[in-house]
Design a protein around this ligand. Structure first.
Ligand SMILES: CN1c2c(nc(N)[nH]c2=O)NC[C@@H]1CNc1ccc(C(=O)N[C@@H](CCC(=O)N[C@@H](CCC(=O)N[C@@H](CCC(=O)O)C(=O)O)C(=O)O)C(=O)O)cc1
Ligand SMILES: N[C@@H](CCS)C(=O)O
Ligand SMILES: [Zn+2]
Length: 741
């Protein structure tokens, strides 16, 4: 019995990863300091593994993103080994597209594989990153993203070229594996999470072909996670040393193991402690599950985490301010490693006092539940999920009330969150800055941003979200049933971090959450100011949530709290309300067969939250998502306006709307907020011109891709000036303002 862990966070206890890399970008950290700093961080990660588990991978560290590293390893982009070139691909003007990693809030850089004259690119082993890492630390298993996952998550090739591309990669992977074996690696960690997607039969054949070859080169431990592998028995006769299975997410792996057993020549690496959520593992149950596996398989069993640990903060030990009852019940990445050690002790008959104590705290506490909240959810009926009037009627009333021009301009909500603002908030939270001073600073920023938007000539204004540390954390802090952490940071992309709140009980809204700032902003202008809320699906997707009630009930509780806020905003005279749902696509289950049930509750939750009066215009916003496959569900949200990301994916998003005639208003993002580049009016007009081909012009809005919080004022101001200029030129070209009825 061995313990194995992978994916331990690279961020560091004190977010050293972020400080080092951002410091390097700002010229405050030299290349030598960056290298030494990251090496020290890697040492710390490895020390955590060494302290608790028997085996672990080497080479998981990345300067930005492991998918980009893999693309460079395989020679897909020129790489002279210069950091500038690396970061240019990650965040420069020609940067790769960012998209969600499976159904998580981590974003990876999407490699582009182009077929040239019907031939895959000339792949080669351009950077042997795993070997470099292994030479430094020859104690673990070199870490590699497997070829299937790499190609499946890349873009730019026609689906029929998939097999050819995969085959073209095999010699390179073969060379890589041989080099690692020659250097003394006893086995290789190969990550193949894409095996847990819906994999068509022809892909299963390709996987078998690929691994029949690769398995000859070195001993491979292939890791799958986030869901079950639907074709598990098809792997049994492959020359693999071991297979890592997620035994927590989705019932499929258990069903397959019960039905088909597991081959005795392979190691079954059983993912039994959760990499996605934070509730302590029931160690007795996990031990019983291992016994069950032993009965069904005859194979050697290792115990491991289910899903990489980087979806969890580094340690729960730092959360001294959390309520004790909650603190006792949670486990972050380091505590997961400890659980593996405790589980092994239980299974090998070592003294189990600590494991017994651990298991005292695995059930929710009674006073986290509130019958009146549950009752309100139980009483919901069909009428609660639709608005009073159909869109046509709402549209008439809203146009009359808002009197907007053709191609109305707006932004997505946030404006730059500058250092001084974040510092002031941290000081305020620590009790070092009086509330009046902090609030005065926020009001000053709101005044500034309202004046600025008026001066720029935007049509629907926002208050700038200056008071928000994060669009989910802000609301979590104001809702009962949620706790927020002090140091529970995890990576979202690159060096960008957030602290997922913990939703542990029934959700209540003790007081309005956004009214003060929104009404203040509205008092400064005649133009409509958008109320700005985060939707129920995103609230739960970017939090750690309770598991004692079904997820749709959690969503409906959140939706009711948001609906109460909508009502308060309307009563205060707010005419436009945006309810952001950037996690709407991401939260969808990995298997299509589970989609109908998910979209049923996700759509209902949004509709419940957005049940506004007909004359209130409801916007929603989504970013970083593949929209093609979910356009019907987006339509079913019945929002009056949706703004979507459309720049980095170079208009691909609009294709979705070509296929499905979206009947309401849409703002295809024209300004890529992830690039420091200032877009020209022409580039923005081009995106709208493309949209006009499929969407009538009176339904099109002009807006950025996403919020502007990560940008600098020097970038935002000229970019928005260009955006307004683009809208004006479009108006001149495409007609007079739409009449108000
Ligand atoms: C829109 N997106 C979001 C996603 N997920 C979220 N949870 N939130 C999102 O907005 N997913 C999809 C996209 C892309 N993802 C992100 C994620 C994160 C950011 C981002 O800008 N993150 C900031 C986090 C900054 C933050 O919350 N800061 C705190 C300040 C806390 C702090 O750092 N304090 C310091 C001391 C500061 C000082 O005194 O100098 C400390 O405690 O040590 C705050 O503002 O209150 C980031 O910087 O990474 C963007 C997109
Ligand atoms: N209103 C949010 C949405 C981000 S997805 C913002 O502007 O930052
Ligand atoms: Zn967004």
């Amino acid at each position: 019995m061995q313990t194995y862990a992978y994916g331990y966070p690279r961020l560091g206890r004190k977010r050293e990863y972020k400080t080092l890399i951002e410091g390097f970008w700002q010229g405050k950290v030299s290349e030598a300091e960056l290298t030494a700093g990251l090496e020290a961080l890697e040492e710390e990660r490895l020390a955590a593994y060494r302290r608790f588990v028997d085996r672990f991978p080497i080479g998981e560290m990345s300067l930005y993103d492991p998918m980009l590293d893999t693309a460079l390893m395989l020679g897909l982009y020129p790489n002279g080994g210069r950091l500038e070139d690396y970061f240019a691909l990650a965040r420069g003007e020609g940067a790769l597209e960012l998209t969600k990693w499976f159904n998580t809030n981590y974003h990876y850089l999407v490699p582009e594989i182009r077929m040239e004259a019907g031939t895959p690119p000339p792949f080669r082993l351009a950077w042997n990153k795993p070997l470099e890492a292994f030479r430094k630390h020859p104690e673990g298993l070199p870490y590699v993203i497997g070829p299937y996952t790499f190609v499946r998550l890349s873009k730019g090739y026609p689906p029929e070229a998939f097999g050819e591309i995969l085959r073209a990669l095999l010699p390179v992977y073969g060379e890589l594996l041989r080099s690692l074996r020659a250097a003394g690696a006893e086995a290789i960690h190969v990550d193949e999470p894409a095996w847990a997607l819906d994999v068509p039969p022809e892909h299963v054949a390709l996987i078998r072909e690929a691994y029949t070859a690769l398995g000859q080169e070195a001993a491979l431990l292939v890791f799958t996670y986030y869901e079950a592998v639907d074709f598990l028995p098809a792997l049994y006769d492959l020359p693999l040393r071991g297979i890592g299975l997620d035994l927590l997410h989705g019932p499929g792996n258990w069903e397959a193991l019960r039905r088909a057993g597991f081959p005795s020549d392979k190691i079954l690496i059983a993912g039994l402690v959760d990499g996605r959520n934070i509730w302590k593992t029931d160690l007795s149950k996990a031990a019983a599950q291992v016994e069950d596996l032993r009965r069904h398989t005859g194979a050697e069993i290792w115990i491991s985490n289910a899903g990489p640990l980087y979806h969890l903060p580094v340690t729960a030990e730092a959360e001294a301010k959390l309520d004790l009852a909650l603190r006792e019940r949670i486990a972050f990445a380091t505590e997961r490693l400890k659980e593996l050690r405790l589980l092994k002790a239980l299974l090998t008959g070592e003294p189990d006092e600590e494991a017994r104590r651990w298991n005292t705290y695995i059930h929710p506490v009674d006073h986290w539940r509130h019958p009146e909240v549950q009752e309100r959810v139980r009483r919901l009926g069909p009428a609660d999920f639709s608005r009073e009037a159909p869109y046509e009627e709402r549209n008439r009333r809203q146009r009359a009330r808002l009197n907007l021009p053709l191609f109305p301009t707006t932004t997505i909500g946030s404006f730059p969150q500058t250092e001084d603002l974040r510092r002031a908030r941290t000081a305020f939270r620590a009790g070092k800055l009086p509330a009046e001073e902090y609030e005065a600073l926020i009001r000053e920023r709101i005044r500034y941003v309202i004046r600025l938007q008026e001066e720029l000539g935007l049509d629907v204004l926002v208050h700038g979200e200056f008071e928000r540390s994060d669009m989910v954390e802000f609301f979590a802090e104001r809702l009962e049933g949620f706790a927020i952490t002090q140091h529970g940071w995890i990576l979202s992309y690159g060096t960008r971090v957030y602290r997922p709140p913990i939703l542990y009980g029934d959700v209540r809204r003790p007081a309005p959450m956004t009214l003060r700032e929104i009404t203040y902003a509205q008092s400064l202008t005649e133009k409509p100011v958008k109320g700005m809320l985060t939707g129920p699906v995103t609230m739960l997707a970017w939090s750690y949530i309770r598991e004692d009630i079904p997820v749709h009930e959690v969503a409906f509780q959140l939706a009711l709290a948001i609906q109460d806020e909508v009502r308060d905003l309307e009563a205060a005279g707010i005419r436009v309300i945006q309810i952001d749902e950037p996690a709407f696509r991401e939260r969808a289950p990995l298997k299509r067969r589970d989609w109908p049930a998910y979209f049923d509750w996700a759509v209902k939750a949004f509709r419940l939250a957005s049940r506004a009066r007909p004359e209130t215009q409801i916007h929603t916003h989504m970013c970083y998502s593949e929209f093609n496959e979910i356009i019907e569900s987006i339509d079913a949200l019945d929002a009056d306006v949706i703004s979507i990301e459309a720049t980095r994916s170079r208009g691909e998003v609009i294709q979705a709307f070509e296929r499905h005639r979206y009947p309401r208003q849409i703002g295809p993002g024209v300004y890529d907020v992830h690039s420091p580049a200032i877009p020209t009016p022409e580039s923005m007009e081009a995106i709208i011109e493309r949209a006009i081909r499929v969407i009538p012009s009176e339904r099109i809005w002009v807006n950025p891709d996403c919020g502007l919080k990560t940008r600098r004022w020097e970038e935002v101001i000229p970019s928005l000036r260009h955006m307004v200029a683009a809208a004006r030129r479009l108006r001149e070209r495409h007609g007079a303002p739409v009449p108000a009825s």
